[in-house]
Design a protein around this ligand. Structure first.
Ligand SMILES: NC(=O)c1ccc[n+]([C@@H]2O[C@H](COP(=O)([O-])OP(=O)(O)OC[C@H]3O[C@@H](n4cnc5c(N)ncnc54)[C@H](OP(=O)(O)O)[C@@H]3O)[C@@H](O)[C@H]2O)c1
Length: 278
């Protein structure tokens, strides 16, 4: 039986090309459809991947312009303000993933899911670096009997590459979401003004000035661990590797405090580093 392809809408962008490469490495036989508005660009992104095809996607159309083409899953790799990708996935009964809408923007996706909860599995994946923060943090939390606080510091190198869709998100979200959510003493609060200013030490120990941000990790980690204190801070600057004269990297510092399984105080600090940046 031939396998139905995974549709990556935004597969011709910076994140989409990486996603397609990683998917291809992990699943050599899975066919991929890379979609975007610009068909030539989508085709160029698909070329050479093997078992991949570029397609034009029109979010204004119910079938996204794909007609009856079968797909096995849909990932949307930019902010789809029409929620067209999710509705399309629901109409086909296939899983759906998004990685872009901010915490204050997920209402339309949540509503579409609540309305038809059994139509599609839905992953709202706007975690920082799509899980590269939450998944290791949850692994580190296993050493704890109780987690009291999780503090995440993400360092994004100012020379890291991002495309126009990411720039549009940043511009829109800084206007619509000047406050950032955290959990403090068990209460969800929005950090603004001085409360939104923070600092953390980079991998090489350099103090970095940071600002509060609330990727979905804040909610995911608070719910999964029960930690009454969860906060996320972002610093834009020079990554530790570049300070050493090496190519840029991206860093995520994860600090946990609480008690171990014997009830003794425990504090851990971990770094997740990706050598090529985000
Ligand atoms: N959660 C995370 O960890 C994380 C990390 C990094 C980035 N991001 C998000 O990932 C997204 C992609 O970033 P990027 O740097 O890869 O941006 P990008 O290079 O601009 O890629 C955007 C992609 O989406 C397509 N696209 C944009 N608008 C479209 C529309 N209306 N209909 C169909 N296709 C459309 C573009 O193709 P066409 O121009 O041909 O349409 C392109 O393939 C951004 O939203 C960014 O915020 C999330």
């Amino acid at each position: 039986m031939s396998q139905r392809p995974v549709l990556l809408i935004g597969g011709s962008g910076i994140v989409g090309r990486w996603a397609a490469r990683y998917l291809r490495e992990a699943h050599p036989a899975v066919p991929l459809l890379l979609g975007g508005r610009d068909l030539a660009r989508a085709r160029e992104a698909a070329a050479g991947l093997g078992q991949a095809e570029g397609v034009a996607v029109d979010l204004a159309r119910e079938d996204l312009g794909l007609g009856e083409r079968p797909v096995s899953a849909v990932a949307v790799l930019f902010t789809d303000e029409r929620v067209a990708g999710l509705r399309f996935a629901q109409s086909r009964g296939v899983p759906y993933l998004s990685i872009s809408p901010g915490l204050n923007e997920i209402g339309p996706e949540v509503a579409a899911y609540i309305h038809r909860p059994t139509a599609s599995a839905v992953v709202l994946g706007t975690e920082w670096l799509v899980g590269a923060t939450t998944i290791p943090a949850l692994a580190f939390a296993r050493a704890f009997g109780r987690v009291h606080a999780i503090k995440v510091g993400a360092l994004l190198d100012e020379q890291d590459a991002f495309g126009p869709a990411a720039e549009a998100d940043l511009e829109r979200q800084t206007k619509t979401m000047p406050a950032a959510l955290m959990r403090r003493d068990g209460v969800y609060v929005w950090r603004v003004g001085d409360d939104a200013r923070a600092s953390f030490r980079a991998v090489d120990g350099t103090a970095m000035a940071a600002s509060a941000l609330s990727p979905n990790d804040v909610l995911g980690l608070a719910n999964a661990t029960g930690a009454p204190d969860v906060q996320f801070n972002l610093a834009l600057g020079v990554s530790s590797s570049r300070r050493r004269g090496e190519p840029l990297s991206t860093e995520i510092l994860i600090e946990l405090t609480g008690e171990d399984h014997a009830g003794q105080p425990l504090r851990t600090r971990h770094a997740v580093v990706h050598p090529q940046g985000q």
